[in-house]
Ligand binder design. Structure first.
Ligand SMILES: [Zn+2]
Length: 217
């Protein structure tokens, strides 16, 4: 996996934001960038948890990766003024019906479920319900899928397995537009090595954020 030059990137970002002349202006100065769509209710569903570990291989346990990416995504959305709720923010067991009912009763605007894949493949894919879905749901999947794969490919080449439609419980039973992402395969060594990298997981979270933000804007 290629190394990243994080400090150079941070310097470039600072310069772009016009902060190069402010040597002590760190992240705090960049923290409050409120989106025009601030307040939109985004429900994040980290797959599995507690007794349900999800897939595991190569030292990667799905329930831990999904929670880590989801918390990173929540932090970014919070910072941009979105209203975020999560199906879990710790390693606890949540039934699929709990996740759906919680999002529905909260009145979420969108539902984003985060998973990792297994079963002998590699790469990224996303899912929406296979029933009759609204144009809004298709647009949500299009935006999230495009941005996640773009951020995954920032420093390496990750296979795009495409946008799919399958009636998974959470995308089928939520009342709002819903998308489920399968973020690489834990049973593929190269994919698992990426998932072990905090910098990669942050890029995956950023990809989800930009997809969501594009959708609302
Ligand atoms: Zn899963």
């Amino acid at each position: 996996m290629p190394q990243r030059n994080v400090s150079r990137r941070a310097a470039l970002l600072g310069a772009t934001a016009g902060l190069a002349a402010l040597p002590f202006a760190g992240n705090a100065a960049l923290a409050q960038v409120v989106s025009p769509m601030a307040g939109e209710k985004v429900y994040i569903d980290p797959g599995h948890g507690g007794d349900d570990r999800g897939a595991s291989a190569n030292g990667v346990v799905e329930k831990n990766v999904t929670l880590d990416i989801a918390k990173r995504l929540r932090e970014i959305l919070d910072r941009h003024g979105y209203n975020v709720r999560m199906s879990r923010s710790t390693d606890i067991t949540r039934s699929l019906s709990y996740r759906v009912n919680d999002a529905n009763s909260w009145g979420a605007s969108i539902f984003v479920s985060i998973h990792c894949n297994a079963g002998g493949g590699y790469g990224f894919e996303s899912y929406r319900d296979d029933g009759a879905v609204s144009d809004r749901t298709v647009r949500l999947q299009n935006n999230v899928h495009a941005r996640v794969i773009a951020w995954m490919n920032k420093d390496q080449s990750v296979t795009d397995r495409g946008k799919k439609a399958v009636g998974f419980y959470v995308v089928e039973n939520t009342n709002m537009s819903a998308v489920l992402t399968e973020n690489l395969f834990v049973d593929n060594v190269a994919n698992a090595n990426l998932l072990k990298s905090a910098a990669f997981r942050q890029d995956v979270a950023l990809g989800h954020y930009h997809g969501i933000n594009n959708f609302f804007n």
